[in-house]
Design a protein around this ligand. Structure first.
Ligand code: CS2
Length: 479
């Protein structure tokens, strides 16, 4: 199944581009590109997507020969469904020609720049949400913005090019799992601009819209076996295929001065404020996802579905939601939090999805603050000790130590891996290990790290994890 005639190509004319997207990975293809495809199919509009990767050429190598067209595979318990998505019109690889990407951002046809660059792509300090001026890519971009490397660098260079050309700015739409992602990306862009050109920073603050979004669709990484299975079903090979669950939710703050696709026609919720939805999703879904990732992995579970098929881990989710997370979540309009929790468990159980705990465990330093530490801080302030969330933090500490419960190495994938590794000294006591990791102020804000109830509870949990293992520690928490 090689040969040009066997491969996926575009049938018909490509839409005219209106969106430039940074980060054309699986989540983008399973989510934003599909919503945009559906919006154009229903309501029209020139909203084709120029997608640019900031690092690897993989997306271009996969999608380029297919004219940007790919298959999205819905993994439902009853079977798979496949659709062809045609909203991506071009794929660029930023490092091959950074100034070409900046020039494209200054094309007046581009009215929105969207991002799925993952948490670490914003180059911020996770504990504070502010731009990390010491980040190597930021330092390089601040020194020379002619050839940017980072997402904030590209956004500032693109906005500067538009201002210099007398054009209205594009709208910046972050679609990553960060709290107040609109304000966060605005903050890093303005911080960056202020460091090189205060007038540009003022112009951005006055004129650029950064709407917030809540994005939700579980998208497990595709494997070579999956690609073979999809090829057998399609009759041709699709190197750009993506897998995703049936469920999808997109809540968008409706602030697009230069217009937007009719995403509502594709099922998105356009609202005045996203905050409550974002808190619900980050704490209830992503918080338990990370908990299952660390504790489940340590207990030997390879996927989320495997973990929640083990009764203590399903009970762990239920208890966390009921006792510790829901009390910190304001109820968004139109949502019922206990029903949302029950639906999450059903999504986790979907046997058609092999969502690896190791995939979710990636980049924990960037995820912990909004997923676990925020609700911990608020629960402590309300006078209670959230033992289950502290156990999850201890699970992360045990995981980043780099050795699993069978003594096998864990490959730590995290932008702070070097710093974390240096804090984990072989032979240190559990209390010393916890003290050392709590000193990582990019993750743990000092006031929280210094709170005795937090420190002591994490130490107890970590000691138990080392002594008895993750499954026993979960059972102990369940009481
Ligand atoms: C996961 C998310 O990998 C992770 O950290 O928690 O990617 C999760 O699957 C999505 O946010 C679901 O919308």
């Amino acid at each position: 199944m090689t040969g040009v005639s066997d491969r996926l190509t575009r049938q018909g004319t490509a839409p005219t581009p209106g969106i430039l997207h940074l980060g054309p990975g699986a989540f983008f293809r399973a989510f934003l590109a599909q919503y945009t495809h559906d919006a154009m199919a229903t309501s029209g509009g020139d909203w084709g997507i120029v997608a640019a990767s900031l690092r690897s050429p993989a997306a271009r190598d996969q999608l380029g020969p297919q004219d940007g067209v790919y298959t999205a595979v819905t993994l439902a318990p009853a079977g798979e469904e496949m659709r062809t998505i045609t909203s991506v019109t071009e794929v660029m690889v930023a490092p091959e020609d950074p100034s070409a990407l900046v020039a494209r951002m200054a094309d007046p046809a581009i009215r929105i720049v969207t991002l799925t660059v993952t948490e670490k792509g914003y180059c911020h300090a996770p504990a504070t949400g502010r731009l990390d001026l010491t980040h190597p890519d930021i330092a390089a971009d601040l020194a020379d913005l002619a050839q940017p490397r980072s997402a904030p660098g590209f956004l500032v260079a693109g906005l500067r090019a538009r201002r210099n050309a007398g054009l209205a700015p594009f709208t910046v739409l972050s679609c990553d799992n960060l709290p107040a992602n609109g304000a966060l990306v605005r903050g890093v862009v303005v911080d960056f601009a202020r460091a090189i050109d205060p007038e540009l920073a003022d112009w951005i603050e006055a004129h650029v819209a950064f709407p917030a979004t809540m994005v939700d669709r579980i998208t497990p990484a595709i494997t070579p076996d999956d690609l073979d299975r999809v090829a057998a079903r399609l009759g041709y090979r699709d190197e750009g295929a993506v897998l995703h669950e049936p469920f999808s939710q997109w809540v968008i703050e409706d602030d697009f001065p230069l217009g937007r696709p009719d995403w509502a026609a594709a099922g998105a919720q356009l609202v005045a404020s996203v905050e409550a939805h974002e808190t619900m999703k980050l704490r209830m879904l992503n918080g338990t996802h990370s908990t299952l990732a660390y504790l489940g992995y340590l207990a030997g579970h390879q996927t989320i579905a495997d973990a929640v098929a083990d009764p203590p881990f399903a009970d762990l989710c239920r208890k966390l939601w009921h006792d510790e997370i829901i009390p910190t979540v304001p109820r968004p309009e139109g949502e019922d939090l206990p029903a949302y929790a029950a639906a999450l468990l059903a999504r986790y159980r979907n046997p058609a999805i092999r969502h690896r705990t190791s995939q979710i465990a990636t980049d924990g330093s960037q995820k912990l603050p909004q997923r676990l530490l925020g609700p911990i801080r608020e629960t402590l302030a309300a006078g209670h000790v959230p033992k289950g969330l502290c156990l999850a933090v201890a699970g992360w500490m045990r995981y980043v130590g780099g050795i699993d419960e069978k003594g096998l190495p864990i490959k730590l994938r995290d932008p702070l891996a070097g710093r974390i590794g240096a804090l984990c000294q072989p032979g240190d006591s559990p209390a010393d290990r916890v003290d050392a990791l709590l000193g990582l102020d990019a993750v743990f804000e000092p006031a929280l790290a210094a709170t005795p109830a937090f420190r002591d509870t994490v130490k107890d949990a970590y000691t138990r994890l080392v002594r008895d293992g993750a499954r026993a520690a979960v059972l102990d928490y369940l009481g």
